[in-house]
Ligand binder design. Structure first.
Ligand SMILES: Cc1cc2nc3c(=O)[nH]c(=O)nc-3n(C[C@H](O)[C@H](O)[C@H](O)COP(=O)(O)OP(=O)(O)OC[C@H]3O[C@@H](n4cnc5c(N)ncnc54)[C@H](O)[C@@H]3O)c2cc1C
Length: 501
């Protein structure tokens, strides 16, 4: 089934009010959550729009029903590219983060990892997870991913923390389920999600067994509190807000206080050897998702910069054109890395087709490195008005209006109304709470930059490249790259063997 946004609202607004914003418990109809809810609305609208069928929707391999693509398990490279394309196109329409990819990446990680745990340990998690996912597909649910623990002292393992709740952990194992406690943080979309998909955030050791836990719960489940921070700080008057300001996002600290998780919703319970695998499966899938959303962020910044250049009447100046080309490079290289990750991905034993981790990581790393630079380009071209623009009420006030209508025009081809709309957009994109959110998410979302370095350290074949250098330096007489893991990744063989085939 495909829910409409109205059905999504009905389900959402029925939930237990377990959200705290600014010191008060509130329901999900709180206006400060609406900018985020509107983003989700669009994802339901697109799935129901005949023009978006096949892109915003897919056929569930579990139920055979048409489902929202955000709930899909990719079966082949095409599915991965469709996900990437959907993220880019949908993100453009809401001016940034589309917020559904974390849930998508979490269900994929769980589908793959539960199968691998079962294969190694003879457990029954995979069937249990597929039963859960059948309902998820059938009811067209939306999940967020709660991976990041509050983590306490960064240099201590979960079991060494002075506060055991620094990582979500098992408090009690019962016949019918488990009891968990702990804190997750920075969880995007949790306040307006149907389900919270909880997975470990790091590699674990034997002594961290209680921290090896994965499960899914409705977002208003007994014992769970969401302490939520909507990004727009002010309660916005949405009546005449431009599209960029209608949309937004909220992130939550999730407090699990002795929460009972029924057995049928537990997907890892003590298998500490799979902590790293599950964490990495989510992270790598999410890094691939960035190859869709980061190009959209570059598209938006590029457009706003071009518009600001026009409003300043400097659009034909050579340094402006050169700077705009940097956006093209950032967007399309990231997108290309995502396509390569899809093409060179691999089928896992669960049947899920998973992106190539090298391309997913190099693409994500580049986008993280570029993000502040791209905002800097906008700032350079726009000038300082983004931070000093008078309030919109002043443009309506009797004493100021006549002055400001003249003040705001820099390019005589633009009216004062158009000029004001452009500079408002520059402020909102380049100098607002959303700016800080996108900059910091651009660096840390999907893992801090060091995590991509670690992933590449594990997977990239640096040794073969060193052997190449020894050969080129004349130290070794020959060079064998038949075992190079990275030159033709999806075939797992060297260029030479490919040619022989
Ligand atoms: C806007 C936004 C949205 C997000 N949404 C989600 C979400 O929906 N779901 C989710 O699960 N997470 C989400 N996150 C969390 C994100 O994944 C984390 O911010 C990221 O993984 C970094 O973790 P951290 O913030 O705890 O930083 P830290 O891990 O504290 O990193 C800070 C620095 O400490 C270093 N460091 C940390 N540990 C060690 C160590 N042991 N040894 C040496 N150095 C170390 C890091 O390399 C880094 O340089 C979001 C984050 C942001 C900013």
């Amino acid at each position: 089934m495909l829910r409409t946004k109205e059905q999504y609202h009905e389900d959402l607004f029925r939930m237990r009010p377990n959200i705290c914003i600014g010191g008060k418990m509130v329901g999900r109809e709180d206006p400060r959550l609406m900018p985020g809810i509107r983003v989700l609305d669009l994802t339901f609208d697109l799935a129901n729009d005949p023009e978006w069928k096949g892109l915003a929707t897919a056929i569930s391999p579990i139920t055979g029903e048409e489902i929202n693509r955000w709930a899909h398990l990719p079966q082949n490279p095409f599915d991965l590219m469709q996900k990437q394309k959907l993220i880019r196109l949908a993100a453009r329409r809401v001016g940034g983060c589309i917020q559904r990819c974390m849930g998508h990446d979490a269900i994929n990680a769980l589908a793959i990892c539960t199968k691998e745990i079962d294969e190694a340990k003879g457990t029954q998690y995979h069937t249990r997870f597929l039963d859960y996912l059948r309902q998820y597909h059938h009811k067209d649910l939306d999940g967020c991913c709660a991976q990041t623990d509050s983590k306490g002292d960064r240099l201590k393992r979960p079991s060494q923390q002075f506060d055991p709740d620094a990582y979500v952990h098992i408090v009690e194992e019962r016949k019918d389920g488990i009891v968990v406690s702990g804190f997750k943080m920075s969880i995007t979309q949790a306040a307006y999600a149907d389900e919270i998909l909880t997975i470990p955030t790091r590699a674990l050791m034997d002594e961290d067994r209680d921290y090896a836990v994965a499960f899914a719960l409705p977002a208003d489940w007994e014992g769970m509190t969401l302490i939520t921070r909507p990004v727009w700080l002010r309660e916005k008057d949405d009546s005449d807000a431009p599209p960029f300001c209608k949309y937004g996002v909220s992130d939550s600290v999730i407090v699990f206080d002795n929460v009972f998780v029924p057995k049928e919703r537990v997907f890892m319970c003590g298998e500490w050897e799979f902590g790293r695998r599950l964490a990495m499966l989510f992270a790598d899938s999410h890094r691939h998702s960035y190859s869709g959303c980061k190009p959209a962020a570059s598209d938006i910044l590029c457009g706003v910069t071009a518009l600001a250049a026009e409003a300043n009447n400097i659009q034909k100046v050579s340094h402006v054109r050169e700077k705009l080309s940097e956006f093209a490079g950032a967007a399309e290289l990231a997108f290309a890395a995502g396509v390569a990750a899809a093409v060179f991905g691999e089928k896992t034993s669960s049947g899920v087709f998973f992106p190539n981790t090298i391309y997913a990581n190099v693409g994500r790393r580049m986008t993280g490195e570029m993000i502040y630079h791209e905002y800097n380009i906008l700032t350079e071209i726009a000038g300082g008005i983004g931070a000093t623009l008078p309030f919109k009420e002043d443009f309506k006030c009797e004493q100021c209006k006549a002055h400001l209508d003249r003040f705001i025009v820099r390019n005589p081809d633009l009216s004062s109304d158009e000029s004001l709309k452009i500079w408002n957009l520059v402020e909102n994109v380049g100098a607002s709470p959303m700016t800080a959110w996108y900059e910091i998410a651009g660096v840390h979302g999907g893992g801090s930059p060091i995590m991509e370095t670690i992933a590449l350290g594990l997977e990239y074949d640096y040794e073969t490249r060193k052997k190449l250098a020894r050969f080129l330096a004349g130290i070794d007489e020959s060079f064998d790259d038949t075992k190079d893991r990275n030159s033709t990744p999806s075939f797992g063989m060297s260029l030479i063997e490919d040619k022989k085939k």
